[in-house]
Design a protein around this ligand. Structure first.
Ligand code: MLT
Length: 270
């Protein structure tokens, strides 16, 4: 891991390989290690830039207003700042997993010229329902007293396919350990930010970029049906359904995820 100062934070990131830059953005409440199994399989296909977002992994939380949280646009601007700081001027293949995808929408809006193509992994274009928003705000309010371990336990059945949990897939314990080690303030900040994110469904037809939409067959949080309609709405969207995986497709069954991303690189730029 390397670190670089980006605005008010010290940002940790992995930078490996050479060629077309691919920026891999992790989900909530995780860190860059969720991409390890995919990275192993991508080999030397491109240059991989894999940060820990503000408050996650080894990146500092910086100056955060706890009542407001961190909006998706702020994470997006951190990523643009990272690319500036490490001298990546060429457009990137932007890949976002779940919350990383929500950040991706904002990145596209604010830094469109920096995106060559788009990988959307187990993510959504819609906003939260009122119930989902209330659940997020409840967690944001109570996570300090509950502790991050509680979040890990509560999220497990939503993140993984039942088969992954029953078979004791090693990624289940590894992911729980990452969540349990996460700063509760960072968890609260992201929950408030996600609760405030807008619906971008209407914008999908205007995203005329090569796009890979990848979803676990058993994903309950961003379902295959929802991702299929996103792929159909995007002029160049191509859907991959990953078998034997839930929401955490990149760790539950990384082979098809890596194959879809390798194909996205091969599809070239806009
Ligand atoms: C994620 O995996 O990033 C989260 O489950 C996203 C969410 O809570 O909507």
């Amino acid at each position: 891991m390397k670190t670089v100062v980006v605005g008010d934070i010290e940002m940790a990131y992995r930078d490996a390989g050479a060629g077309v830059p691919m920026l891999l953005v992790h989900g909530f409440p995780l860190d860059h290690t969720m991409w390890d199994p995919v990275v192993e399989r991508l080999g030397g296909a491109c240059r991989l830039i894999i940060p820990d977002l503000r408050g996650y992994g080894r990146t500092s939380l910086g100056e955060v207003d706890d009542a407001q949280g961190v909006g998706m646009q702020r994470y997006a601007d951190d990523l643009a700042g990272l690319l500036d700081a490490i001298g990546v001027a060429e457009p990137v293949v932007l890949v976002g997993f779940s919350m990383g995808g929500y950040i991706g929408w904002r990145f596209l809006e604010r830094h469109a010229e920096r995106v060559r193509s788009l990988g959307l992994c187990d993510t959504r274009a819609g906003a939260d329902t009122d119930d989902a928003r209330a659940t997020r705000l409840k967690m944001a309010k109570h996570v300090q007293q509950w502790g991050a371990e509680h979040v890990a336990l509560a999220m497990q059945p939503k993140l993984f396919a039942p088969g992954s949990i029953e078979s004791g897939h090693e990624a289940v314990a590894r992911t729980s350990a990452v969540i349990s080690a996460t700063d509760p303030r960072a968890i609260a900040a992201a929950q408030r930010g996600m609760a405030a994110r807008p619906d971008v469904t209407d914008r999908l037809p205007a995203i005329d970029l090569p796009a890979a939409l990848i979803v676990g067959q058993h994903d309950q949080l961003s379902t295959p049906a929802e991702m299929r309609s996103m792929a159909e709405a995007m002029p160049r969207g191509e859907l991959t359904i990953v078998p034997d995986a839930g929401h955490m497709a990149p760790v539950e069954n990384p082979g098809p995820v890596a194959d879809a991303l390798a194909a996205l690189i091969a599809r070239g730029p806009r």
